[in-house]
Write a protein that binds this ligand. Sequence first.
Ligand SMILES: [Zn+2]
Length: 231
Amino acid sequence: MHPLLDLFYPALCPVCLRGVDALHTLCDDCLRRLPRTEHHILRENKIEMLFNDINRPRKQWYKPRFVRGGAWLHYDDHVAQVIHTGKFFEQPEVDMLLGRQAATEWLDSGFFEGIDLLVPVPIHPNRLRERGYNQSEFVCRGLAEVLHLPIDTTTLLRVRDTPKQSQLTDAERITNVEHAFHIPVPTPWHNRHILLVDDVITTGATVRNCIKEITPIRTCQISVFSLSTAR
Ligand SMILES: [Zn+2]
């Protein structure tokens, strides 16, 4: 919001529209109702189980490609409402505040330790034009405010425009995103540990295809963070 408008509009919770003390925050009630997964303290959590096989078969002298993963929230109706219905607020603002909140809550757990770079799962330029922004990128901006890490939106690219994953069956989702991503060479990601960031992970097919593009960079390590995951 424009700073001048802040003078005339009181700070409201973007979900329930109750008054809150500070701008760009959820009210205590809505914040409490978000169903946390506690993935940051659960090794072998759902996200790690989805991508663990990337390290197999593993040659001893290689560092593991996939380091850790986690989603902050379970994707339930309340979360769906928060993440997908920017009724009165600009949705990017909400994505950002959720990213910031997640980073704040997970900061001391060591989940973000060693990460060099935040990388949002990219959307195709056609979709970007249509929607105006990439939700994952705004989640990254929220994370970055707390973690003080750079965001890279120019290396991992979405080169194929595919139907929305949410409209497909699990089996269709896997083939739908095959070869949808591309990383130009030479890549700047040698010896970096990147955090791939998404808003919702369901089957993991989208993120898996991103990882497939990254694994040929042998010295690049990958971790995965999602705002939410379907149960
Ligand atoms: Zn609220």
